[in-house]
Design a protein around this ligand. Structure first.
Ligand code: PXP
Length: 248
C-alpha cells in the first residue's frame, strides 16, 4: 500500500494564554509558544478568540498573524464581531465553532443544519475574503451534507466524545468518525479532526487515511510543563507518523 499522505499537526496555543492571563502579566507569550511549535514541526497554529477573551485576546491574533511563519487557523464563533476580526486579519483559515459562555471548552459540534440561514452569508463573506472556512461538527452525515451546501471546503470532526469514553462505545465512536471521514472524501470536503487528543488516544484517529490535519492544544500545553513544548510536540508528531505508517 502506498504511504498515507502527510497529516498536518495544528498546535492550539490557547492555554499558554490561559496561564498568562492568570497573572495579568505578558508571559507566557502564545507567540513565543507558536514559534517554538514551528521549530518542533507543527504545520500550523490554532487560536480561539472566545467572546469573553478568557485566554487568547485580540492583540494575540494580530501578533500571531504578523509574527508567525506558519498558517494561522482562527477559531471563532459565528458572530458579527468575530467575522469583523477575521476580515481584518485575514488568517489562512477560520474554523467556526459553537460557543457558549458558560462552557469550559467547546462542547459538541456546530449545528450547521439548524443554523443554515445564519451561517450561509457568514461563510460566504469569509470565503470571499480568501479565508479557508472550516466547520467544527460532529461526525454526522447530515452535518457533512450541510457543510457542502454552505460552501465550506473543510470540516473538523469533533473527537471530544471519542476521547471521553472507553471500550466498545469508544470503538463505535471511532468507527463513526472513520465513516464520516470517508464520506468527506466522497463529498470533496477536506477532513480535519480534533479535541481532547493525547498520546494515548491519538493513534487511531491519526490512522484514518483522509484525516488531513489534527488540531491539538490542551494536552500538549499541559505536557510541556513536564518535558517542554518542543519535546511534547515532537512526541505527538512521532505518534501520528507511527500510526499512519502502521496504517499504510
Ligand atoms: N479543535 C477545535 C475546533 C477546538 O475548539 C479545540 C479546543 O479549543 C481543539 C481542536 C483542541 O482541543 P484540545 O485543546 O482538547 O486539544
Amino acid at each position: 500500500m502506498p504511504p498515507l499522505p502527510h497529516q498536518r499537526l495544528g498546535v492550539n496555543v490557547d492555554h499558554v494564554a490561559t496561564v498568562r492571563n492568570a497573572r495579568g502579566t505578558p508571559t507566557p507569550d502564545p507567540l513565543r509558544a507558536a514559534l517554538l511549535a514551528a521549530r518542533a514541526g507543527a504545520d500550523g497554529i490554532t487560536a480561539h478568540l472566545r467572546e469573553d477573551r478568557r485566554h487568547i485576546v485580540d492583540d494575540d491574533i494580530a501578533r500571531l498573524k504578523d509574527g508567525l511563519g506558519l498558517p494561522l487557523n482562527f477559531e471563532m464563533a459565528a458572530t458579527e464581531e468575530m467575522v469583523a476580526i477575521a476580515l481584518r486579519h485575514r488568517p489562512h483559515a477560520a474554523c467556526i465553532v459553537p460557543e457558549k459562555r458558560e462552557e469550559r471548552t467547546t462542547e459538541g459540534g456546530l449545528d450547521a443544519v439548524g443554523q443554515h440561514n445564519h451561517l450561509k452569508p457568514l461563510v460566504a463573506r469569509l470565503a470571499d475574503a480568501g479565508i479557508r472556512v472550516s466547520l467544527f461538527i460532529e461526525a454526522d452525515p447530515r452535518q457533512l451534507d450541510m457543510a457542502v451546501a454552505l460552501g465550506a471546503p473543510v470540516v473538523e470532526l469533533h473527537t471530544g466524545r471519542y476521547c471521553e469514553i472507553e471500550g466498545e462505545a469508544q470503538q463505535a465512536e471511532l468507527a463513526r468518525i472513520a465513516r464520516a471521514a470517508a464520506y468527506c472524501e466522497q463529498l470533496g470536503l477536506e477532513c480535519h479532526a480534533g479535541h481532547g487528543l493525547n498520546y494515548d488516544n491519538v493513534g487511531p484517529i491519526a490512522a484514518i487515511p483522509n484525516v488531513r490535519e489534527l488540531n491539538i492544544g490542551h494536552f500538549l500545553i499541559g505536557e510541556a510543563i513536564f518535558v517542554g513544548l518542543e519535546a511534547a510536540i515532537r512526541e505527538m508528531r512521532r505518534l501520528m507518523d507511527a500510526a499512519r505508517g502502521a496504517a499504510a
